[in-house]
Ligand binder design. Structure first.
Ligand SMILES: [Zn+2]
Ligand SMILES: [Zn+2]
Length: 180
């Protein structure tokens, strides 16, 4: 299977959004070799579906068949309803502890760049990104408190992770902190 193109989530294998699996997709009935490992949000009290392939997410059939979405909220600038619809229903979310936020910039949803820990953030060395992580946090931090939070971020180890996005138009990096 060729991975369908996800313009807002270009590399969903590297961040474990899709994992290798022999399971069949509950939407199309095919075993594509990859199964979705990100959030599935549903309105009924019972989870209607667990196993989905990339193709059924990309073409919107999984969202339509099971009445589910793959993201919780868009954060940042207002975007056109059509863009919000793509993020909610035709774009794979990413594994996270809490509500999955999708950041927006320049009137569009951003491209997900991946989960980052303090080491990765230091390599990116991007002040605007650090400001964005801080601004999008529920708590207001003093500088020394923020130092503590940012030095505890890990890409894979759980606890707290920076979810980083890149604007598809101006290239600015933005993000939020996901934590247990
Ligand atoms: Zn499928
Ligand atoms: Zn921008």
């Amino acid at each position: 299977m060729d991975m369908p193109e996800f313009p807002y989530h270009p590399d969903p294998i590297s961040d474990n959004t899709f994992v290798q699996s022999a399971d069949t997709c509950e939407c199309c009935g095919w075993a594509t070799g990859l199964i979705y490992n990100g959030p599935i949000r549903y309105t009924s009290h019972k989870q209607p579906v667990k196993k989905l392939c990339p193709l059924c997410i990309a073409d919107g059939s999984a969202a339509a068949t099971f009445n589910v979405t793959f993201c919780d909220e868009l954060v940042g600038e207002e975007v056109a309803p059509g863009i919000k619809d793509v993020i909610m229903k035709r774009n794979p979310g990413f594994p996270a502890w809490r509500l999955t936020k999708w950041l927006t910039h320049c009137g569009d949803a951003c491209r997900f760049k991946g989960p980052y820990g303090w080491r990765g953030l230091r390599e990116l060395d991007n002040l605007e990104l650090v400001d964005s992580l801080r601004d999008n946090h529920d708590s207001d931090f003093e500088d020394d408190e923020w130092e503590l939070v940012s030095s505890s971020l890990h890409r894979d180890r759980g606890g707290a992770t920076a979810m980083v996005f890149e604007c598809r138009h101006c290239g600015q990096l933005v993000g939020y902190v996901d934590e247990l």
